[in-house]
Design a protein around this ligand. Structure first.
Ligand SMILES: [Cu+2]
Ligand SMILES: [Zn+2]
Length: 174
């Protein structure tokens, strides 16, 4: 009987693990008025290389975009200095170790620093990437943010990779 219970428990853990191995996040445009239209999805999946990131997005501006896990599960605007700032309710970059440093996906700063997102001339982003330090379980209760500009993987010359405004956002729903 003990063996049976142990086996059943092991099966349950495997099943739960399999369920959490992939999560699909719906991304919305962000604006000063709140949450805008859907731009597509990003699928995150646990692999031997780390977190696989598979975007299927449209409606972005051509070029590189800063791409991060932010700490709060909200994509709402928030007031700052008397202005409504798009996506500000998502908070800062996910940084559970409190490093206070933006160093990109391969650095030892914010755990939420993802590889830069590339949008083609037609505004679509479908190029996959990997974030070696992350697992899908790290994304629970967070949000995914796409910035208007690129990402230098550094706090200089501009803080947080210099991506600027928050252009699109999705809450991770497990
Ligand atoms: Cu960000
Ligand atoms: Zn960062």
């Amino acid at each position: 009987m003990k063996t049976f219970i142990a086996a059943a428990l092991a099966a349950l853990i495997v099943a739960t693990g399999a369920q959490a191995a992939s999560v699909t996040v719906t991304m919305h445009q962000t604006s000063a008025a709140g949450i805008g239209p859907i731009l597509g999805t990003v699928v995150f999946q646990d692999t031997a290389r780390g977190l696989r990131i598979a975007p299927n997005l449209s409606g972005l501006s051509e070029g590189e975009h800063g791409f991060h896990v932010h700490e709060h599960p909200s994509c709402n605007h928030k007031e700052k200095d008397g202005k409504h700032v798009p996506g500000l309710a998502a908070g800062g970059h996910f940084d559970p170790a409190n490093t206070g440093k933006h160093l990109g996906p391969d650095g030892d700063g914010h755990l939420g620093d993802l590889p830069v997102l590339y949008a083609a001339a037609d505004g679509t982003a479908t190029r996959e990437s990997y974030a070696a330090r992350l697992k899908t379980s790290d994304l629970a209760g967070r949000s995914i943010m796409i910035h208007a500009g690129g990402d230098t993987y550094s706090d200089t010359p501009a803080p947080l990779g210099g991506g600027g405004a928050r252009a699109a956002c999705g809450v991770v729903v497990y």
